[in-house]
Design a protein around this ligand. Structure first.
Ligand code: SF4
Length: 195
């Protein structure tokens, strides 16, 4: 098996679906074999493409609040791995960012995931990550989030933390009242190696 450094060099040189990327390839990934929490997200947005910093936007601010962690912890690759389903910004359509490029996960995801030996909690964010990480889970995203106890304590499905999801959050108050408090406790437990 190639080293993680060699794999990352290959990922960063990837241009597999460049013809479909309006701003060109810029894979965004945060990974270290020691990471305890995996954030399996969707795809970088335009701002993240420009900065190269994952979740350095309103979605990230909300996600950090959901998890109860600081930016310092969030961007510590020895604690948090960030691996979106599509590693590059896919462009924007009429109703928001386009889906992750379908070429990406088959090309890179299994190899990257195989380097994560210490993950104790996977946060599956959005329906594309749900389809990959929980292929036998046919519930809608809302149903899968609501059934969070079924995969507890190692996998949790979350809605995207984008401001575009404000309506979903207001329609599902149980998410903030019931799930987020125990999720914060679980994240703290995992990061403290108390699992
Ligand atoms: S989205 Fe994935 S497959 Fe496409 S160029 Fe970026 S890294 Fe390569």
């Amino acid at each position: 098996m190639a080293s993680l450094a060699s794999l990352l060099a290959d990922v960063r040189a990837c241009a597999l679906c460049a013809e479909h990327l309006p701003l060109g390839p810029r894979p965004i990934v945060q990974i270290h074999p020691s990471a305890r929490v995996l954030i399996a997200g969707q795809a970088p947005g335009r701002k993240v493409h420009e900065t190269g910093v994952p979740f350095d936007d309103a979605s990230g601010d909300r996600l950090r609040a959901w998890l109860g962690i600081s930016r310092q912890v969030f961007y510590d690759d020895r604690q948090i791995a960030i691996l979106p389903m599509g590693l590059c910004y896919p462009g924007t359509g009429k109703s928001g960012d386009l889906p992750p490029r379908p070429e990406c996960a088959p090309a890179w995801r299994a190899a990257l995931l195989s380097r994560l030996k210490g993950v104790r909690l996977t946060l599956v964010i959005g329906r594309y990550a749900q389809a990959y990480h929980l292929p036998d889970e046919h519930a809608s995203l809302t149903e899968a989030v609501r059934a969070w106890r079924s995969k507890w304590p190692h996998t949790v499905v979350l809605p995207h933390s984008s401001p575009r999801n404000n309506l979903w959050l207001s329609r599902n108050p149980w998410f903030g009242e019931e799930l987020l408090p125990v999720l914060r406790n679980r994240v703290a437990q995992v990061l403290a190696h108390d699992d």
